[in-house]
Design a protein. Structure first.
Length: 155
């Protein structure tokens, strides 16, 4: 009878040792998942900052387009004034032509920049969605591991 009790006690102690080791492993995995989640959150926050910068850049491009419109209106005004005389018209036409070339070049640059910003925004948005999905999966994993670890109580 004593031998059975001793054997049963020994087996219980061994099972408890295995359980303690499993809890330690679970705690380590939970800590690693938490660190990974924090890293992902930091990356998402950096991406959000980059997207805000892109939004500010797009706003700057919009203001540039407004300046272009103002320039075009100024060119139209100069063209009307140059109609007063043939000499003034020749000089005004030259200025208008130069301004139109500049406006055209600026419009092309603005258009190209807007396309680049748009592509960058789409790419960053896709990356942010992917990171958010990964963060959600890691959060679920961490929650599961925490719940599993909580079932084991250390004496």
């Amino acid at each position: 009878l004593i031998a059975k009790v001793q054997t049963g006690t020994r087996e219980a102690v061994e099972a408890m040792a295995v359980g303690v080791e499993d809890v330690e492993n679970g705690r380590n995995i939970t800590n690693q998942a938490g660190e990974a989640l924090n890293s992902i959150i930091a990356t998402v926050e950096r991406s959000a900052g980059q997207m805000k910068q892109i939004a500010r850049d797009v706003e700057g491009l919009s203001q540039g387009a407004s300046r272009i419109v103002t320039s075009v209106e100024g060119i139209a005004s100069m063209a009307a004034e140059s109609a007063t005389g043939a000499n003034e018209m020749a000089r005004g036409t030259s200025r208008v032509t130069e301004a139109i070339v500049q406006v055209s070049a600026t419009s092309e640059q603005t258009s190209a920049s807007a396309e680049e910003v748009s592509a960058s925004t789409e790419e960053l948005s896709a990356q942010a969605e992917e990171l958010a999905g990964t963060a959600s999966q890691l959060r679920d994993l961490a929650t599961g591991l925490t719940n599993s670890a909580a079932r084991f109580k250390l004496a």
